[in-house]
Design a binder for this molecule. Structure first.
Ligand code: 5AD
Ligand code: SF4
Length: 437
């Protein structure tokens, strides 16, 4: 048996892809290992979304060079969005790289591995027409943990002015309904109780249904809702413009759909939203949040923000802070704008990096305050918790609440994979604690 070590960077779609890559190489006699020193092949599944993410790859490759010097048979591969964006350039900068494979070509990994095994350089960054998911179907019926990701949609047609995703992941594609349902049933048979549907624009899902019609995400969720043994459904990431009425309604009446929604807005300034090519404005976003809260009053809203986007003024930034105050986020990810080569915003006047840092710090302080207030308000309430793993203290279990808060419980009934009603007794900086009722 040869050993495979995969390091995953970036988003949850990469986590899903890394699992599929491990399975694809399983067919070539590889088993996964947690230690790069033991590996016969190391794959870096990379992220290109911001400069920092892309740079990490080259510093990691620098470190791996030493490892390979002592072990010439070791194969090193770069997968993911850096592979797609930079292709051959990676091998030019780091000649010890044997294999470069883009996110749409993972089903070709076995051939690429064979080529690399013969000492040839192997590269594939095509956008092939065949369905990589179909060919990557998992072989072994191995037992799984209680939660799993399931990619249902990939790519993006929105072309926000700052974003590389439409270039690295390509155009929007939805997987057919039956394949998604089959994969979900298979996961449930293997012990999964919660499935998070993934897509760069997951709520734009429109997969071909068995009835010949295109199914919306809401229709897909309603069908998943009927799978016995599946207890929870989540989805991420969504674009405000694709939040359809039926999806909003599903949040109100679909029992397994969890009260959590990641709905990035990026900025609260109409001027900046326009320049970002977001095709929604501040007001339409706020009204949308209102409608979602009318359908599911306790829903926890999460978001993404970019500060220091080209030409962002103090006034624009204050508009973002105002919007945050109005929405009250339970969770958010915020970033300093990072110039991405080839995107429209890269050509524009950049904001002073110190100004951007200061804005980011203020925004993050506000989000932390809101997050904490929402978390503290859970004390005394009863929530559903799915237990995922042992905690650090003896006898302790950690799980996620319906609202995706980490919850610690010390109780022998809290078994991995079980769901219990828990009364929250404490709120800490990053998690809640409670007792099974
Ligand atoms: N700079 C900073 N943040 C970015 N994001 C996407 N592109 C950039 C960029 N060039 C952020 C957005 C997106 C999240 C996944 O990453 O907020 O929603
Ligand atoms: Fe990037 Fe915008 Fe597409 Fe999201 S919607 S992946 S931010 S281009």
């Amino acid at each position: 048996m040869k050993k495979l070590y995969i390091r995953t960077y970036g988003c949850q779609m990469n986590v899903y892809d890394s699992e599929r890559m491990a399975e694809a190489l399983g067919g070539r006699g590889y088993v996964t290992t947690d230690s790069p020193e033991d590996a016969d092949m190391i794959l870096l599944n990379t992220c290109h979304i911001r400069e920092k993410a892309a740079e990490k790859v080259y510093s990691e490759l620098g470190r791996l060079k030493a490892l390979k010097a002592g072990k010439p048979d070791l194969k090193i591969g770069v997968a993911g969005c850096v592979a797609q964006a930079e292709g051959e350039e990676i091998m030019r900068r780091q000649p010890m790289v044997d294999l470069v494979v883009g996110p749409q070509s993972y089903h070709r990994l076995p051939e690429l591995e064979a080529k690399a095994g013969q000492g040839e350089k192997a590269l594939d960054t095509d956008f092939p027409v065949e369905d990589k998911f179909e060919i990557l179907k998992s072989r072994p019926k191995a037992k799984r943990g209680p939660t799993a990701f399931l990619t249902v949609q990939e790519g993006c047609d929105k072309f926000c002015a700052f974003c590389v995703v439409p270039y690295t992941r390509g155009a929007e594609v939805s997987r057919p309904v039956t394949r998604v349902l089959d994969e979900a049933r298979d996961l449930v048979e293997r012990g999964v109780r919660e499935i998070t549907l993934l897509g760069q624009n997951v709520n734009a899902y429109h997969g071909a249904g068995p009835d010949g019609a295109d199914w919306s995400l809401a229709r897909l969720i309603r069908e998943l809702d009927r799978i016995d043994g599946l207890a929870r459904i989540r989805f991420t990431t969504s674009h405000p413009n694709d939040m359809s009425d039926d999806l909003i309604a599903a949040h109100g009446d679909c029992a397994k759909l969890m009260p959590y929604l990641h709905l990035p807005v990026q900025s609260g300034s109409d001027r900046i939203l326009k320049r970002m090519n977001r095709s929604h404005d501040r007001d339409s976003y706020l009204r949308l949040i209102e409608r979602i809260r009318a359908a599911r009053p306790d829903i926890l809203i999460s978001g993404d923000f970019i500060v220091g986007f080209p030409e962002e003024t103090d006034r624009d930034f204050e508009d973002t802070m105002d919007l945050i105050r109005e929405v009250r986020y339970g969770q958010a990810f915020s970033f300093k704008y990072s110039t991405r080569p080839g995107t429209p915003a890269a050509e524009r006047a950049q904001v002073d990096p110190d100004v951007a840092s200061e804005r980011l710090a203020r925004l993050q302080a506000l989000i932390t305050e809101q997050q904490r207030a929402i978390q503290d308000a859970m004390v005394g309430r009863e929530v559903g918790v799915l237990f995922e793993k042992p905690g650090r203290m003896a006898g302790q279990m950690v799980g996620k609440s319906d609202h995706l808060h980490a919850v610690h419980v010390t109780d022998p009934r809290a078994e991995i994979g079980s769901i219990a009603r828990v009364r929250i007794t404490q709120s800490g900086p990053n998690s809640l604690a409670g007792e099974i009722v």
